[in-house]
Every structure is written in C-alpha cells, then in structure tokens.
Design a protein around this ligand. Structure first.
Ligand SMILES: CC(C)(COP(=O)(O)OP(=O)(O)OC[C@H]1O[C@@H](n2cnc3c(N)ncnc32)[C@H](O)[C@@H]1OP(=O)(O)O)[C@@H](O)C(=O)NCCC(=O)NCCS
Length: 177
C-alpha cells in the first residue's frame, strides 16, 4: 500500500471508485467533488484529467480561493483505494475549515483500516513539503474521521460552526516537526 501521484495506470479502478462515490449518500465535501466528475469525460480523456490533477501542485488550474495542493492516490494491489490532498499552506478559510489535509476512501473499501493509513502517509507528505504543524478538521458527525485524526496524534483545539454543513466542525492540530 502506498501513496502515488495521479496516473493513467489507475484509470479503471479510479473510474470504478468515482461510480461508487456518486452512488453513495454521503454529505461530505469530498463526495461532492466526486459527484462533479463526469464519467464519459474521464473515459474519453483520462490523461487530461490526470494532468489537471497534477497541475494543482504547481499552482495551476486552481479554483477561486484555492491554494496550491498536492494530490496523492492510495493504491493497494495496483488498484485505486482512496485519495488525499495536501495543501501547501493555509488561507483564512482552511485555517477554520478544511485544514492542510483532506482524505477519502472509496465506499467499498471502508472499515478496513485504509483511513488510518491514508492520513499517516499524508502526514509524511506534509513533512516533505516542510509543514511542521498540521491542522485537520472533521465534521462533528464524522465519527470515523475523528478516530483517524486522533489515532494519528491529533489534539483537539476547538469546535466551530461550519455554515456550509449546518453542523459544527472539530479542529485538530498534529505536530509533525
Ligand atoms: C472517513 C473515512 C476516510 C474513513 O475511512 P475508513 O477506511 O473506513 O477508515 P478506517 O477503516 O481506517 O477506520 C478508522 C476508524 O474509524 C472507525 N470507523 C470506521 N467507520 C466507522 C463508522 N461508520 N462509524 C464509526 N466508526 C467507524 C474504525 O473502527 C476505525 O477506528 P479504530 O481505528 O479505533 O478501529 C471514509 O469513511 C470516507 O472516505 N468518508 C468520506 C470522506 C471523509 O469523510 N473524509 C474525512 C474528512 S476530510
């Protein structure tokens, strides 16, 4: 199991995962991103999709208000299992909600320990980027995510209302210096 950069070699399992996310009744911001992808476009030109994903780390093709970020895919046995985004720095919004690192595991592979592992590996990537203290946030309803953050050394700082979700978010810090 490892984190790799997005690559056309994982086209089939990535698209399979997108279909699962799109069929999953999930409230998270990350699920919204998967729902925004168009399967026929991925099927037709996966290389362009991969190139766009890679370009974000160079500060290119960023949505308004986004900071540069690196995307990594968790792969196991040659198959896409999940994704993490490591933001190179925080802005005001990320400082409150979102933090340095976001992650997800495809629905059919949840509950097998991949969530704990993807954050552990993402923290190594953050360290390589020179980040010393990572902030991670979790919707208060997201019990699995809270456990993952705490297992990886997360110390709860506070709880704030997330207007986008209509619920509180928990804000954690993880020292990786
Ligand atoms: C949150 C998420 C990454 C968890 O992935 P996962 O692979 O199921 O996580 P794991 O199997 O490593 O489980 C992590 C912990 O949560 C627990 N857990 C898993 N699913 C759970 C659930 N539905 N309810 C309660 N606890 C749960 C596990 O028992 C484990 O606890 P433990 O380490 O004490 O045994 C996954 O559900 C997901 O992708 N959700 C959508 C995106 C998201 O919420 N991302 C996080 C915020 S950025």
């Amino acid at each position: 199991m490892e984190l790799v950069q997005p690559s056309a070699g994982y086209k089939n399992s990535f698209i399979g995962a997108v279909k699962e996310f799109q069929g999953d009744a999930d409230y998270t911001h990350r699920n919204k991103w998967y729902r925004s992808l168009v399967i026929p476009e991925l099927e037709a030109d996966f290389d362009s999709f991969v190139e766009r994903e890679l370009s974000h780390s160079r500060g290119e093709n960023l949505r308004e208000g986004y900071v540069p970020y690196s995307t990594f895919w968790l792969v196991d046995g040659g198959e896409f299992v999940g994704q993490t985004n490591v933001r190179h720095r925080l802005n005001d919004h990320l400082m409150q909600i979102g933090g340095h690192i976001g992650y997800d595991i495809r629905p059919s592979e949840r509950g097998k320990g991949y969530g704990n592992k993807i954050l552990e590996l993402a923290l190594q990537k953050a360290r390589e980027l020179g980040i010393k203290r990572v902030t991670v946030t979790s919707d208060i309803r997201n019990v699995a995510s809270r456990k993952i953050i705490e297992k990886n050394g997360g110390i709860l700082e506070n709880q704030i209302f997330n207007p986008e979700m209509g619920h509180d978010a928990l804000r954690f810090w993880i020292d990786i210096s």
